[in-house]
Write a protein that binds this ligand. Structure first.
Ligand SMILES: [Ca+2]
Ligand SMILES: [Ca+2]
Ligand SMILES: [Ca+2]
Ligand SMILES: [Ca+2]
Length: 383
């Protein structure tokens, strides 16, 4: 990568130069239907479960590049290149020289502010970090979490070295450069501003064949079919984050797989499987417990442990008791039908089981004696 002149800039900005380059938690509530035919005087039994697919989860954007391969990127350092700036790979203090990162000005691995784990990079005022990573892949995803107050106006493009994509972290809106291929372009505003108090997931999808790129923020497509600033860039060469004020970077990666592919159709995209959940992007049920990876993530169970799975249990002794385990960060609503052919599910007549906050404990719902045989399901949503 080219080192950029550090003549004191008159403008305020944080930007990603790529040279290179987010769930996204946009799940709709999942519905897990458990058919619980009430049977009295039998030992506790695990109900038959019928897990419905949740529609529309993680549907992001059309993938311009039409990726067919989900093989991980063979980047310079590792495959794929994913780092959370954690020990022992990274030690607290100056980032310069650690794992091939270069620093202009000041940037340090610190533990006061982190998106995940306990460490992240803090980039000081009027400073930049960059890393040279080469990969010959036609399509590359650069993904990471950034925290910064942002700046008012994007930096001038004059005299800026050749770049493919540029993201400007504006205080009123993050902007993406729709380049003209010859060093200039137009800044396109997104829906989201830079935010000093919240981490923003930034994902860039680069296509070196078509010289175009797409920007996602917090897992959602924000700008598509943008042009490269310079069309003479034919492959990934590196990444740079330039900061006039203080900014942070964490959970950063370069991969071939991205947010727009769900190779195994388990409602988790390939990138999140590899990067966030350590699940198999080619296997919808990584731990083989019958609950697909995406459902486990929404339900808060462990997709890598077959001992962790969401289920409704019925205790038919005396009054029937319907039980299920809960986790913090999820809410649970217990619903029933007397007949599966009923068009609608009804919430049980107990406010404690409607939008019930999970607390890590089991929840037990007791039916009235006179209740008929019923079917139950639990709606689980992430807070
Ligand atoms: Ca998947
Ligand atoms: Ca999977
Ligand atoms: Ca599973
Ligand atoms: Ca599991």
């Amino acid at each position: 990568m080219d080192a950029q002149s550090r003549a004191v800039p008159p403008w305020k900005y944080v930007r990603w130069d790529a040279v290179v380059q987010t769930e996204s938690n946009q799940f709709s509530p999942i519905r897990i239907i458990h058919r619980v035919q009430k049977i009295r005087k039998l030992p506790q039994m695990k109900s038959e479960s019928n897990i419905k697919r949740s529609a529309g989860a993680l549907m992001l954007a059309v993938c311009l590049g039409g990726i067919t391969s989900s093989l991980p990127l063979q980047a310079a350092q590792s495959s794929p290149y994913i780092t959370g700036f954690e020990a022992p790979d990274y030690t607290l203090g100056n980032l310069n020289g650690q794992n091939s990162w270069a620093v202009e000005g000041s940037a340090a691995v610190q533990s006061a502010v982190a998106f995940e784990g306990v460490q992240a990079v803090e980039i000081g005022e009027n400073s930049a970090i960059d890393i040279a990573l080469s990969a010959s892949h036609t399509e590359v995803w650069i993904d990471g979490w950034v925290k910064t107050a942002g700046s008012d106006a994007p930096p001038p493009l004059d005299n800026m070295p050749p770049r493919s994509s540029l993201v400007f972290f504006g205080s009123s809106a993050v902007q993406a450069l729709d380049g003209n291929g010859t060093g200039a372009g137009t800044w396109v505003s997104t829906e989201l501003p830079a935010n000093a108090s919240e981490w923003l997931r930034v994902s860039i999808q680069q296509d070196y064949a078509t010289k175009s790129w797409n920007l996602f923020l917090n897992g959602k497509s924000q700008a598509e079919a943008l042009g490269f600033k310079n069309n003479d860039i034919n492959q990934l060469n590196g990444f740079k984050q330039v900061s006039e004020g203080t900014s942070y970077l964490d959970a950063w990666s370069i991969t071939e797989v991205g947010l727009t592919q769900d190779s195994d159709d388990d409602i988790l995209n390939d990138l999140d499987e590899v990067k966030l959940h350590d699940t198999d992007p080619e296997n919808p049920d990584s731990d083989g417990d019958g609950m697909i990876d995406g459902k486990e993530v929404v339900a808060g169970t462990d997709p890598n442990s077959s001992a962790s799975v969401f289920a409704l249990l019925i205790d038919p002794v005396e009054n029937s008791v319907v039980s299920f385990s809960t986790v913090q960060g999820r809410t649970y609503t217990l619903q029933y039908k007397n007949d599966l052919s009923d068009p609608t599910w009804q919430n049980v007549n107990d406010a404690n089981f409607v939008a019930r906050p999970g607390d890590g404990q089991d929840a037990h719902y007791s039916e009235a004696d006179e209740a008929p045989s019923r079917f139950y399901r639990v709606l689980i949503s992430r807070n």
